[in-house]
Design a protein around this ligand. Structure first.
Ligand SMILES: NC(=O)c1ccc[n+]([C@@H]2O[C@H](COP(=O)([O-])OP(=O)(O)OC[C@H]3O[C@@H](n4cnc5c(N)ncnc54)[C@H](O)[C@@H]3O)[C@@H](O)[C@H]2O)c1
Length: 270
């Protein structure tokens, strides 16, 4: 259902790797809602080539950028303004990667070079993106930046490993930069804390299938899908949410406020 919610708005969407990616769904929905945008991902992710289909479908250009490189981000944001013909209204940060998770390292035995990479890719990249946009004065007043996060920032989910620490930092950067950017340019910065979702990044977490089933039964509305998450992102980019900033917004079917459900209790009687 399209309502022209983003008509006339320009943006950058980070993190569409394949059709399962949350960013992919956001790009499809943003296109339906009338936005124009540039797609970006790490140069290495371009090799898979799937993003070309999304670019074609949404009439977008692709600019490769490693989100940990300020030089790449500077080039990306400058070029995006040129291509789209003006300052930007929204940015989606949909980026996550932990070498410790990938290599199966236990949290208590994390490799610190990997740990730094996790922080840089999954959290500090948001600071770098915001700082570059701020320096280039690239975002219009009431512009909206959304980054995706997970409730492991607040509570322990053992197999989420150092990504939990990265998400805590991501949410803190959101508050801190949101304050400064709000005061200076009326730009909004928020995180959306999404249910576990079947994607490449999601499936990298150990025991993901069991976990997604557990989460489904612990959420009164069930797990939120990637498409539903995209809808929420669209509302956050729209003018209908202008006074929402510096927030961590749960999009999780009620999981975050549920102690236990009858369905889960019943399992212990079996
Ligand atoms: N899938 C879930 O269960 C879930 C739940 C809550 C939050 N999230 C978050 O949603 C976001 C998107 O993940 P997803 O589930 O769509 O998976 P995904 O694997 O499709 O997306 C992750 C993206 O990060 C990109 N990336 C990695 N390193 C990068 C770098 N150096 N520079 C630029 N981009 C880089 C990848 O290429 C990929 O496109 C992540 O922040 C993730 O933590 C996911």
């Amino acid at each position: 259902m399209a309502n022209n919610l983003l008509k006339g708005k320009r943006g950058i969407i980070f993190g569409a790797l394949n059709e399962q990616s949350i960013a992919w769904k956001v790009a499809e929905r943003a296109h339906e809602e009338g936005a124009v945008f540039v797609l970006t991902n790490a140069p290495i992710a371009m090799r898979m080539g799937e993003i070309n289909h999304l670019a074609e479908k949404t009439g977008s250009q692709i600019i490769p950028a490693d989100a940990t490189s300020v030089e790449d981000l500077d080039n990306l944001i400058s070029q995006a303004m040129e291509i789209l013909g003006g300052k930007l209204d929204f940015i989606l940060h949909s980026i996550g990667m932990s070498p410790n998770v990938r290599k199966g390292k236990h949290y208590t035995e994390n490799d610190y070079r990997f740990y730094n990479q996790t922080m840089d890719v999954s959290a500090i990249s948001l600071h770098k993106t915001l700082a570059t946009a701020h320096k280039l004065d690239a975002l219009n007043e009431w512009g909206s930046v959304v980054a995706l996060t997970y409730i492991a920032a607040q509570r322990i989910f053992p197999d989420y490993n150092d990504m939990a620490d990265a998400k805590s930092l991501l949410e803190s950067i959101t508050r801190s930069f949101g304050y400064h950017y709000g005061i200076k340019k009326k730009v909004r910065v928020n995180t959306i804390s999404q249910s576990p979702t079947v994607t490449t990044a999601g499936q990298g977490i150990k025991g993901f299938t069991e976990f997604i089933n557990f989460s489904e039964q612990m959420s009164p509305l069930g797990n939120a899908s990637a498409v539903a998450c995209a809808d929420y992102c669209i509302s956050m980019f729209s003018d209908l949410t202008r006074y929402v900033t510096m927030q961590n917004l749960f999009h999780d079917g009620g999981f975050s406020n549920t102690g236990v459900t009858q369905q889960v209790i019943d399992k212990f009687g079996e």
